[in-house]
Design a binder for this molecule. Structure first.
Ligand code: ATP
Ligand code: LTN
Length: 334
């Protein structure tokens, strides 16, 4: 049967505990797409080492991320789920694409500027070429669509620029990918500083809610979230804290902004925060339960890891061979 489904690729770094931001901005959309598309969801451990990681912790986080992919509802039978470092074609294509990417365009990346400020002691060249590896991830699988949070829009643009440049020279080698950015939850902010995005590598754990946080911890973090003093529950640029909590509420309940505003029109901040906390806890409960089950099933996890890498590698190799041929590398002798 002819496979006419389009392809989706996305990834997440095992750089900390998965946050509510990662879930609402990305993971939650991924599960909605798995029936209509051929999907690959990668754990981008090679991206994670652009910031110094503790080896034992990185390994643990990668495994936990994999379990959370499955626990939120990604079916390993329907989707290709794998570790980036198990598929060497990512690094190989990344090298080639490095030679088609300009220093100038990489220096304009907001994430690079932001991360080099945060890690001034370790501004390594991997951090600088991070978007090239990301372009390789996406282009290797000829992805049509890339579901990500708002913060990744710029990386998608540079991916398209690289693809367009390469195709311009060699003909249609790469499919042009489009970003897929959801309407709600695309940018969840830090709880203690709602002008910054919630980020899993944030050292202040009061800024983030982890998918695996205990219910009491979640309630507490939301209670302590920074708001303002005018006691009005509505969306507004002048109300970043309340707007963030409202966005979270809408994303976990499926309610529209107008519905949420109406619901809390005469509510105190205290009661509102309890309602948001309870909605989050209820949403995360089944995910946490599923992770506990998966933790007990090592054999199953191993089989997912093995088969995911095999399937991804087979597809990736096709694109890589084509690229090698186009740029003029000598053919392999069988
Ligand atoms: P790090 O802190 O290590 O940079 P991160 O939390 O920013 O990590 P990533 O692994 O870089 O997370 O991103 C995974 C996915 O989650 C991406 O699609 C990204 O756009 C999305 N995402 C990250 N943070 C948020 C957020 N605060 N709101 C919505 N989506 C987000
Ligand atoms: N840079 C992304 C993670 C990432 C990714 C990708 C996302 C790496 N490769 C390919 C989509 C497609 C981030 O979220 N920080």
């Amino acid at each position: 049967m002819l496979d006419t489904k389009k392809t989706i690729f996305s990834g997440m770094q095992p750089s900390g505990m998965v946050t509510l931001g990662n879930y609402l901005g990305a993971l939650n959309n991924w599960t909605k797409l798995q029936d209509e598309y051929n999907c690959l969801y990668c754990i981008v451990d090679m991206h994670a080492i652009t910031v110094r990681q503790d080896p034992a912790k990185l390994r643990k986080q990668a495994k936990e991320l994999l379990m959370q992919y499955i626990a939120v509802g990604l079916d390993p039978e329907k989707n290709i789920i794998y570790y980036q470092s198990h598929v060497p074609q990512h690094a190989e294509l990344s090298w080639v694409l490095n030679c088609y990417t300009y220093m100038g365009e990489l220096s304009r990346m907001t994430q690079f500027k932001e991360k080099s400020q945060r890690h001034a002691e370790n501004i390594n060249s991997g951090l600088f070429t991070y978007p090239v590896l990301m372009a390789a991830d996406i282009l290797l699988y000829q992805a049509d669509l890339v579901p990500v949070g708002e913060d990744q829009r710029q990386h998608l643009e540079i991916t398209r620029d690289i693809a367009e440049r390469f195709n311009g020279i060699y003909g249609d080698v790469f499919t042009m990918p489009e970003p897929y950015i959801g309407k709600v939850g695309a940018r969840i902010m830090a709880l203690q500083d709602p002008t910054r995005k919630m980020s899993k590598s944030d050292e202040n754990k009061n800024n983030t809610i982890a998918l695996l946080d205990e219910p009491a911890v979640i309630m507490n973090k939301i209670k302590r979230a920074v708001t303002d003093s005018d006691n009005e529950i509505r969306f507004g640029e002048d109300k970043p804290g309340i707007s963030n909590l409202l966005s979270i509420y809408c994303a976990v309940t499926g309610k529209t902004p107008a519905q949420a505003e109406a619901e809390f029109a005469n509510t105190s901040y205290g009661a509102f925060k309890v309602a948001v906390g309870e909605a989050v806890v209820a949403n995360l409960e089944p995910i946490q339960k599923k992770v506990k089950e998966l933790e007990k099933n090592q054999d199953y996890m191993d089989s997912v890891i093995r088969s995911g890498a095999e399937k991804a590698s087979r597809i990736a190799e096709k694109t890589l061979r084509k690229v090698h041929k186009k740029v003029g590398f000598p053919p392999r002798i069988k």
